[in-house]
Unconditional design. Structure first.
Length: 364
């Protein structure tokens, strides 16, 4: 996910074709960006947050400067709605677009200038992207400390360089553990229906030189029952106030099996994924995706024509199935209602001075 300042476009590695084809696409408008998020050209909660922020910049750049500042701000709100609708479960998307709206309103009020707001939005989207890398590295270190020196880890979906701006959340923990010299081996589940594990995580880990085995999703329980897994790690798209975790479909199953087999279960999230406004997992909207994701594998039909399909992209793991939630502010343990609120507060305190400095710099 990066911004090309030469032609003012958002450049995305097209994750639909990995690892077979390496192709980049350019988004030149908010509609292009929303489409790329919906089609999962870019995916993973933090990565779509960053893409959403740049999508807001594209909206601001496209605005007809002959119109007034109020119309500009209204247009920006419409752009936010378009982007937020592209994928409803991951809170990072609306968190990022909301942050852009706040900056726009602050600079608009202080300067009364559309040009100044546009400049500020570009700087803010870049700051948001840079912060993501720093947050993942902090989170990774906290999580890696939970692992013994030799560890067999089960990982679900893709949470690494491809799902964030860089480095990763749950995979960030794995990268950090390897950097600390821990002997780590990863069981990568394929993550049907879209195969993020097989296509993306296996590809990333191999490039990073981390030992792994790819397994079919249904192998995870067998490995657990044989004592072959020491820890389960995964990311999240939204964590509710009580610690229920919405993540890639299949997370609930591996957590229930993990608890049954007394294996620790760690969700890894930046605090931006914690949604204190959502009391529990029942309130989280679960995105349903098209039937072809299930009836076809990489464009090849594997099920009868016209078969009825149910394809939820995420599930909710109730908080009681989690051992801990790792954030960039430290490791949160039950009761999550208290520890998650504290982590959010710590992040707010840590970031507020930097935010104030940044906002002031936009007015100079
Ligand atoms: O549908 P996807 O591929 O966007 O789902 C991604 C996940 O579920 C990840 O686990 C989550 O976004 C965390 S990524 C750091």
């Amino acid at each position: 996910v990066y911004w090309d300042s030469l032609d003012s476009s958002l450049v995305l590695l097209d994750q639909r074709h990995l690892p077979v084809k390496i192709e980049y696409i350019r988004c030149k408008s908010p509609a292009d960006t929303a489409d790329a998020i919906h089609k999962m050209i870019v995916r993973g909660a933090p990565a779509i947050g960053a893409a959403g922020a740049f999508g807001m910049v594209l909206g601001a750049l496209k605005f007809n400067r002959n119109l007034n500042l109020d119309q500009f701000l209204m247009d920006l709100h419409n752009t936010k709605d378009t982007l937020d609708r592209a994928r409803p479960t991951a809170v990072n998307l609306s968190w990022a677009t909301n942050r852009m709206i706040q900056v726009a309103e602050f600079v608009a009020k202080a300067t009364n200038s559309i040009d100044r707001v546009v400049d500020a939005l570009l700087l803010e989207s870049q700051a948001l992207s840079d912060e993501d890398v720093d947050i993942n590295k902090r989170l990774g270190k906290f999580g890696a400390e939970l692992f013994p020196d030799t560890v067999e880890v089960l990982h679900h979906c893709n949470t690494g360089h491809l799902a964030t701006v860089k480095y990763g959340t749950a995979l960030g923990i794995i990268y950090s553990a390897a950097e600390m010299g821990k002997k780590i081996h990863v069981w990568v589940d394929e993550t049907r229906p879209r195969l993020q594990g097989a296509r993306l995580t296996a590809w990333e880990l191999m490039q990073c030189g981390i030992p792994l085995h790819l397994i079919a999703d249904s192998v995870a329980g067998h490995l657990m029952s044989k004592g072959k897994i020491d820890a389960i790690v995964f990311g999240a798209d939204r964590v509710s106030r009580n610690g229920d975790v919405a993540n890639k479909i299949g997370t609930y199953s591996i957590c229930v099996l993990g608890k049954e087999n007394s294996i620790p279960r760690y969700a890894a999230v930046p605090t931006s994924t914690i949604d204190l406004d959502t009391p529990n997992g029942d309130q989280i909207v679960i995105e349903e995706r098209n039937s072809e994701e299930v009836t076809e594998i990489q464009g090849q039909r594997v099920a009868p024509e016209n078969v009825p399909v149910y394809n939820p992209a995420f599930d909710v793991t109730p908080a009681r199935y989690l051992t801990a939630i790792v954030t960039e502010e430290g490791v949160c343990y039950p009761p999550f209602e208290k520890s998650l609120a504290e982590a959010k507060q710590k992040a707010e305190v840590r970031m507020s001075e930097l935010r104030a400095k940044r906002l002031n710099s936009y007015l100079k």
